[in-house]
Write a protein that binds this ligand. Structure first.
Ligand SMILES: Cc1cc2nc3c(=O)[nH]c(=O)nc-3n(C[C@H](O)[C@H](O)[C@H](O)COP(=O)(O)OP(=O)(O)OC[C@H]3O[C@@H](n4cnc5c(N)ncnc54)[C@H](O)[C@@H]3O)c2cc1C
Length: 302
Protein backbone atom coordinates (compact mmCIF):
# COMPACT_ATOMS: atom_id res chain seq x y z
CA UNK A 1 0.00 0.00 0.00
CA UNK A 2 1.18 3.52 -0.78
CA UNK A 3 0.92 5.81 2.21
CA UNK A 4 0.59 9.54 1.92
CA UNK A 5 3.16 11.48 3.94
CA UNK A 6 0.67 14.06 5.20
CA UNK A 7 -2.34 13.55 7.44
CA UNK A 8 -4.58 15.85 9.38
CA UNK A 9 -4.35 13.53 12.37
CA UNK A 10 -2.07 10.66 13.34
CA UNK A 11 -3.44 8.33 15.99
CA UNK A 12 -0.78 6.20 17.63
CA UNK A 13 -2.36 3.03 19.03
CA UNK A 14 -5.21 1.36 17.16
CA UNK A 15 -6.95 -0.55 19.92
CA UNK A 16 -10.23 0.42 21.66
CA UNK A 17 -9.36 4.06 22.39
CA UNK A 18 -7.56 4.71 19.09
CA UNK A 19 -10.32 3.14 17.00
CA UNK A 20 -12.99 5.17 18.80
CA UNK A 21 -11.06 8.38 18.13
CA UNK A 22 -10.69 7.29 14.50
CA UNK A 23 -14.41 6.68 14.14
CA UNK A 24 -15.29 10.21 15.26
CA UNK A 25 -12.62 11.63 12.94
CA UNK A 26 -13.49 9.38 9.97
CA UNK A 27 -17.12 10.40 10.29
CA UNK A 28 -15.90 14.02 10.12
CA UNK A 29 -14.07 13.28 6.84
CA UNK A 30 -10.68 13.82 8.42
CA UNK A 31 -7.57 12.27 6.87
CA UNK A 32 -6.32 10.03 9.59
CA UNK A 33 -3.45 7.58 9.90
CA UNK A 34 -3.64 4.98 12.67
CA UNK A 35 -0.30 3.40 13.53
CA UNK A 36 -0.66 0.30 15.67
CA UNK A 37 1.84 -2.29 16.87
CA UNK A 38 -0.86 -4.84 17.79
CA UNK A 39 -0.16 -5.39 21.50
CA UNK A 40 -3.29 -4.45 23.49
CA UNK A 41 -2.91 -4.97 27.24
CA UNK A 42 -5.82 -7.45 27.52
CA UNK A 43 -4.58 -9.80 24.79
CA UNK A 44 -4.24 -12.78 27.16
CA UNK A 45 -7.75 -12.43 28.62
CA UNK A 46 -10.19 -15.03 27.27
CA UNK A 47 -13.35 -12.95 27.85
CA UNK A 48 -14.01 -9.26 28.45
CA UNK A 49 -16.76 -8.19 30.82
CA UNK A 50 -18.62 -5.10 31.99
CA UNK A 51 -18.74 -3.56 28.52
CA UNK A 52 -22.34 -3.14 27.53
CA UNK A 53 -23.48 -5.08 24.42
CA UNK A 54 -20.21 -7.07 24.47
CA UNK A 55 -20.27 -8.66 27.94
CA UNK A 56 -18.36 -11.95 27.76
CA UNK A 57 -17.01 -11.40 24.24
CA UNK A 58 -13.42 -12.17 23.31
CA UNK A 59 -11.26 -9.01 23.43
CA UNK A 60 -9.80 -9.63 19.96
CA UNK A 61 -13.29 -10.01 18.48
CA UNK A 62 -14.41 -6.68 19.96
CA UNK A 63 -11.33 -5.00 18.48
CA UNK A 64 -11.80 -6.73 15.10
CA UNK A 65 -15.44 -5.58 14.87
CA UNK A 66 -14.37 -2.04 15.79
CA UNK A 67 -11.64 -2.07 13.14
CA UNK A 68 -14.03 -3.36 10.48
CA UNK A 69 -16.47 -0.54 11.24
CA UNK A 70 -13.76 2.14 11.24
CA UNK A 71 -12.28 0.80 7.98
CA UNK A 72 -15.54 1.72 6.20
CA UNK A 73 -14.57 5.39 6.53
CA UNK A 74 -12.20 5.73 3.61
CA UNK A 75 -10.33 8.77 4.90
CA UNK A 76 -8.90 6.54 7.64
CA UNK A 77 -5.74 4.56 6.86
CA UNK A 78 -4.20 1.77 8.98
CA UNK A 79 -0.53 0.96 9.35
CA UNK A 80 0.78 -1.99 11.35
CA UNK A 81 4.01 -0.56 12.67
CA UNK A 82 5.59 0.85 15.80
CA UNK A 83 5.86 4.62 16.13
CA UNK A 84 9.41 5.17 17.38
CA UNK A 85 9.85 8.90 17.69
CA UNK A 86 8.01 12.16 17.29
CA UNK A 87 9.02 15.76 16.84
CA UNK A 88 7.29 19.10 16.64
CA UNK A 89 7.45 20.49 13.11
CA UNK A 90 6.43 23.76 11.48
CA UNK A 91 2.71 23.01 11.13
CA UNK A 92 2.33 20.16 13.54
CA UNK A 93 4.31 17.02 14.20
CA UNK A 94 6.39 14.37 12.47
CA UNK A 95 6.37 10.71 13.45
CA UNK A 96 8.98 8.13 12.47
CA UNK A 97 8.26 4.41 12.61
CA UNK A 98 10.22 1.23 13.22
CA UNK A 99 10.13 0.38 9.50
CA UNK A 100 11.66 3.75 8.66
CA UNK A 101 8.54 5.57 7.47
CA UNK A 102 8.02 9.22 8.29
CA UNK A 103 4.68 11.01 8.44
CA UNK A 104 3.53 14.48 9.32
CA UNK A 105 0.23 15.60 10.81
CA UNK A 106 -1.37 18.71 12.24
CA UNK A 107 -2.62 16.90 15.36
CA UNK A 108 -1.60 13.82 17.28
CA UNK A 109 -3.65 11.46 19.42
CA UNK A 110 -1.89 8.98 21.67
CA UNK A 111 -3.98 5.91 22.37
CA UNK A 112 -0.95 3.86 23.26
CA UNK A 113 -2.10 2.26 26.53
CA UNK A 114 0.13 1.21 29.41
CA UNK A 115 2.51 -1.69 29.90
CA UNK A 116 2.09 -3.78 33.05
CA UNK A 117 5.35 -4.71 34.73
CA UNK A 118 5.18 -8.38 35.69
CA UNK A 119 6.73 -9.39 39.00
CA UNK A 120 9.60 -11.83 38.89
CA UNK A 121 7.43 -14.74 40.09
CA UNK A 122 7.42 -17.98 38.13
CA UNK A 123 3.98 -18.61 36.60
CA UNK A 124 2.62 -15.11 37.25
CA UNK A 125 2.78 -13.78 33.67
CA UNK A 126 1.12 -16.94 32.31
CA UNK A 127 -1.87 -16.39 34.63
CA UNK A 128 -2.19 -12.64 34.00
CA UNK A 129 -5.64 -11.81 32.66
CA UNK A 130 -6.79 -15.44 33.03
CA UNK A 131 -6.83 -16.17 36.77
CA UNK A 132 -4.74 -13.25 38.04
CA UNK A 133 -6.73 -10.13 37.29
CA UNK A 134 -6.54 -6.39 37.88
CA UNK A 135 -10.14 -5.37 38.44
CA UNK A 136 -13.23 -6.65 40.30
CA UNK A 137 -15.57 -4.94 37.83
CA UNK A 138 -14.02 -6.79 34.86
CA UNK A 139 -13.61 -10.23 36.42
CA UNK A 140 -15.00 -10.20 39.97
CA UNK A 141 -18.37 -11.69 39.10
CA UNK A 142 -16.65 -14.75 37.59
CA UNK A 143 -14.62 -15.08 40.82
CA UNK A 144 -17.66 -14.73 43.10
CA UNK A 145 -17.71 -17.03 46.13
CA UNK A 146 -14.27 -18.36 45.13
CA UNK A 147 -11.11 -18.79 47.17
CA UNK A 148 -9.50 -15.46 46.37
CA UNK A 149 -6.10 -13.89 46.94
CA UNK A 150 -5.12 -10.22 46.75
CA UNK A 151 -1.47 -9.63 45.89
CA UNK A 152 -0.95 -6.13 47.20
CA UNK A 153 -0.16 -4.26 50.39
CA UNK A 154 -1.20 -1.06 52.18
CA UNK A 155 -3.97 1.22 50.92
CA UNK A 156 -4.28 -0.55 47.57
CA UNK A 157 -4.76 -3.96 49.21
CA UNK A 158 -7.23 -2.53 51.72
CA UNK A 159 -9.27 -0.86 48.98
CA UNK A 160 -9.32 -4.03 46.84
CA UNK A 161 -10.30 -6.12 49.89
CA UNK A 162 -13.22 -3.79 50.61
CA UNK A 163 -14.49 -4.21 47.01
CA UNK A 164 -13.86 -7.93 46.73
CA UNK A 165 -15.45 -8.64 50.14
CA UNK A 166 -18.79 -7.98 48.46
CA UNK A 167 -18.08 -10.84 46.04
CA UNK A 168 -16.59 -13.57 48.18
CA UNK A 169 -16.21 -14.42 51.83
CA UNK A 170 -12.84 -16.17 51.34
CA UNK A 171 -10.12 -13.59 50.94
CA UNK A 172 -6.41 -13.74 51.78
CA UNK A 173 -4.12 -10.75 51.28
CA UNK A 174 -0.62 -11.74 50.14
CA UNK A 175 1.69 -8.87 51.06
CA UNK A 176 5.04 -10.59 50.21
CA UNK A 177 6.65 -8.66 53.06
CA UNK A 178 5.64 -6.87 56.24
CA UNK A 179 1.95 -5.94 56.12
CA UNK A 180 1.50 -2.19 55.93
CA UNK A 181 -1.93 -1.48 57.44
CA UNK A 182 -3.13 0.99 60.06
CA UNK A 183 -4.52 -0.56 63.28
CA UNK A 184 -8.10 0.38 62.27
CA UNK A 185 -7.57 -1.31 58.90
CA UNK A 186 -6.30 -4.51 60.57
CA UNK A 187 -9.36 -4.43 62.83
CA UNK A 188 -11.66 -4.06 59.82
CA UNK A 189 -9.91 -6.86 57.88
CA UNK A 190 -10.17 -9.13 60.93
CA UNK A 191 -13.84 -8.33 61.36
CA UNK A 192 -14.43 -9.58 57.79
CA UNK A 193 -12.26 -12.69 58.38
CA UNK A 194 -9.78 -11.52 55.77
CA UNK A 195 -6.46 -13.28 56.30
CA UNK A 196 -3.01 -11.81 55.70
CA UNK A 197 0.08 -13.80 54.67
CA UNK A 198 3.35 -11.84 54.77
CA UNK A 199 5.69 -14.56 53.46
CA UNK A 200 7.09 -13.75 50.04
CA UNK A 201 5.40 -15.45 47.09
CA UNK A 202 7.88 -17.58 45.13
CA UNK A 203 5.78 -19.24 42.46
CA UNK A 204 2.30 -19.56 41.02
CA UNK A 205 1.41 -23.13 40.15
CA UNK A 206 -1.13 -23.20 37.32
CA UNK A 207 -2.60 -25.13 34.45
CA UNK A 208 -2.80 -23.16 31.21
CA UNK A 209 -3.04 -19.93 33.20
CA UNK A 210 -5.63 -21.22 35.69
CA UNK A 211 -4.11 -20.83 39.11
CA UNK A 212 -3.87 -23.86 41.40
CA UNK A 213 -1.49 -22.97 44.24
CA UNK A 214 0.64 -20.13 45.47
CA UNK A 215 4.03 -21.41 46.67
CA UNK A 216 5.76 -19.27 49.29
CA UNK A 217 9.49 -18.77 49.88
CA UNK A 218 9.30 -20.87 53.08
CA UNK A 219 7.96 -23.83 51.08
CA UNK A 220 4.34 -23.50 52.29
CA UNK A 221 1.57 -23.40 49.74
CA UNK A 222 -2.06 -22.23 49.60
CA UNK A 223 -4.64 -23.01 46.96
CA UNK A 224 -6.54 -20.20 45.23
CA UNK A 225 -9.07 -20.01 42.41
CA UNK A 226 -8.35 -16.41 41.54
CA UNK A 227 -6.06 -13.56 42.51
CA UNK A 228 -6.28 -9.80 42.16
CA UNK A 229 -2.94 -8.08 41.64
CA UNK A 230 -2.06 -4.45 41.53
CA UNK A 231 0.91 -4.08 39.18
CA UNK A 232 3.22 -1.16 38.54
CA UNK A 233 3.17 0.09 34.95
CA UNK A 234 4.98 2.28 32.47
CA UNK A 235 3.64 4.25 29.56
CA UNK A 236 3.60 1.95 26.49
CA UNK A 237 5.11 4.74 24.39
CA UNK A 238 7.68 7.31 25.49
CA UNK A 239 6.92 9.66 22.57
CA UNK A 240 4.39 11.79 24.57
CA UNK A 241 7.04 12.56 27.20
CA UNK A 242 9.65 13.23 24.51
CA UNK A 243 7.23 15.84 23.11
CA UNK A 244 7.01 17.40 26.61
CA UNK A 245 3.58 16.04 27.58
CA UNK A 246 3.40 16.14 31.37
CA UNK A 247 2.54 13.03 33.35
CA UNK A 248 0.45 12.96 36.53
CA UNK A 249 1.97 11.88 39.84
CA UNK A 250 0.56 8.40 39.16
CA UNK A 251 2.27 8.13 35.75
CA UNK A 252 -0.68 8.85 33.45
CA UNK A 253 -0.53 11.43 30.63
CA UNK A 254 -2.00 14.61 32.07
CA UNK A 255 -5.14 15.61 30.15
CA UNK A 256 -7.90 18.14 30.66
CA UNK A 257 -11.63 17.36 30.54
CA UNK A 258 -11.38 17.24 26.72
CA UNK A 259 -8.41 14.79 26.53
CA UNK A 260 -5.98 17.60 25.63
CA UNK A 261 -2.47 17.03 26.93
CA UNK A 262 -0.25 19.84 28.20
CA UNK A 263 1.18 20.22 24.66
CA UNK A 264 -0.94 22.11 22.11
CA UNK A 265 -2.25 19.87 19.34
CA UNK A 266 -1.55 16.64 21.23
CA UNK A 267 -4.35 14.53 22.73
CA UNK A 268 -4.30 11.33 24.76
CA UNK A 269 -7.04 8.79 25.42
CA UNK A 270 -7.59 5.35 26.89
CA UNK A 271 -5.46 3.67 29.54
CA UNK A 272 -2.48 5.98 29.08
CA UNK A 273 -4.50 8.87 30.53
CA UNK A 274 -7.13 7.25 32.76
CA UNK A 275 -7.01 5.62 36.16
CA UNK A 276 -10.29 3.79 35.48
CA UNK A 277 -8.95 1.03 33.28
CA UNK A 278 -11.83 -0.35 31.24
CA UNK A 279 -13.02 -0.78 27.69
CA UNK A 280 -15.90 1.61 28.34
CA UNK A 281 -13.51 4.34 29.52
CA UNK A 282 -11.16 3.73 26.57
CA UNK A 283 -14.03 3.99 24.11
CA UNK A 284 -15.47 7.07 25.80
CA UNK A 285 -12.19 8.98 26.05
CA UNK A 286 -11.23 7.95 22.49
CA UNK A 287 -14.51 9.20 21.11
CA UNK A 288 -14.15 12.44 23.06
CA UNK A 289 -10.57 12.96 21.83
CA UNK A 290 -11.66 12.39 18.23
CA UNK A 291 -14.47 14.92 18.52
CA UNK A 292 -12.26 17.50 20.24
CA UNK A 293 -9.50 17.16 17.63
CA UNK A 294 -12.05 17.65 14.87
CA UNK A 295 -13.43 20.65 16.71
CA UNK A 296 -9.94 22.15 17.03
CA UNK A 297 -9.25 21.62 13.31
CA UNK A 298 -12.62 23.08 12.41
CA UNK A 299 -11.96 26.11 14.59
CA UNK A 300 -8.66 26.71 12.80
CA UNK A 301 -10.26 26.42 9.36
CA UNK A 302 -13.68 28.00 9.68
C1 LIG B 1 -5.47 -8.51 31.77
C2 LIG B 1 -6.52 -7.45 31.51
C3 LIG B 1 -7.86 -7.80 31.42
C4 LIG B 1 -8.82 -6.82 31.21
N1 LIG B 1 -10.15 -7.15 31.18
C5 LIG B 1 -11.07 -6.19 30.97
C6 LIG B 1 -12.47 -6.52 30.94
O1 LIG B 1 -12.87 -7.66 31.10
N2 LIG B 1 -13.35 -5.48 30.77
C7 LIG B 1 -12.94 -4.19 30.61
O2 LIG B 1 -13.79 -3.30 30.45
N3 LIG B 1 -11.62 -3.88 30.62
C8 LIG B 1 -10.69 -4.84 30.79
N4 LIG B 1 -9.38 -4.52 30.82
C9 LIG B 1 -8.99 -3.12 30.57
C10 LIG B 1 -8.98 -2.84 29.05
O3 LIG B 1 -8.39 -3.93 28.37
C11 LIG B 1 -8.21 -1.56 28.78
O4 LIG B 1 -8.80 -0.51 29.53
C12 LIG B 1 -8.22 -1.24 27.28
O5 LIG B 1 -7.57 -2.26 26.55
C13 LIG B 1 -7.54 0.10 27.04
O6 LIG B 1 -7.59 0.38 25.68
P1 LIG B 1 -6.47 1.30 25.01
O7 LIG B 1 -6.85 1.42 23.58
O8 LIG B 1 -6.27 2.53 25.82
O9 LIG B 1 -5.09 0.48 25.19
P2 LIG B 1 -4.70 -0.98 24.69
O10 LIG B 1 -5.89 -1.80 24.43
O11 LIG B 1 -3.68 -1.49 25.63
O12 LIG B 1 -4.03 -0.72 23.26
C14 LIG B 1 -2.91 0.11 23.08
C15 LIG B 1 -2.47 -0.10 21.64
O13 LIG B 1 -1.45 0.85 21.32
C16 LIG B 1 -0.41 0.17 20.62
N5 LIG B 1 0.82 0.94 20.78
C17 LIG B 1 1.45 1.29 21.92
N6 LIG B 1 2.55 2.01 21.65
C18 LIG B 1 2.62 2.11 20.30
C19 LIG B 1 3.53 2.73 19.42
N7 LIG B 1 4.60 3.41 19.85
N8 LIG B 1 3.31 2.61 18.08
C20 LIG B 1 2.23 1.93 17.61
N9 LIG B 1 1.31 1.34 18.43
C21 LIG B 1 1.52 1.43 19.74
C22 LIG B 1 -0.38 -1.21 21.25
O14 LIG B 1 0.28 -2.16 20.44
C23 LIG B 1 -1.87 -1.49 21.42
O15 LIG B 1 -2.43 -2.08 20.27
C24 LIG B 1 -8.40 -5.48 31.04
C25 LIG B 1 -7.05 -5.14 31.12
C26 LIG B 1 -6.12 -6.11 31.36
C27 LIG B 1 -4.67 -5.73 31.45
Amino acid sequence: MNYSKNYEVIIIGGSYAGLSAAMALGRSLRNVLIIDSGLPCNRQTPHAHNFITQDGAKPAEIAAAAKEQVAKYNTVTFLNDLALSGEKSENGFSITTHTGKEFIARKLAFATGIKDIMPNIKGFAECWGISIVHCPYCHGYELRNKRTGIMANGERAFHLASLVNNLTGDITILTSGKADFKPQQIEKLNSHHIKIIETEVAEIEHQNGSIKNVIFRNGNSESFEGIYASLPFTQHSDIPVSLDCELTEHGYIKVDDFQKTTVAGVYACGDNAAMMRSLATAVYTGSLAGAMINSELTGEEF
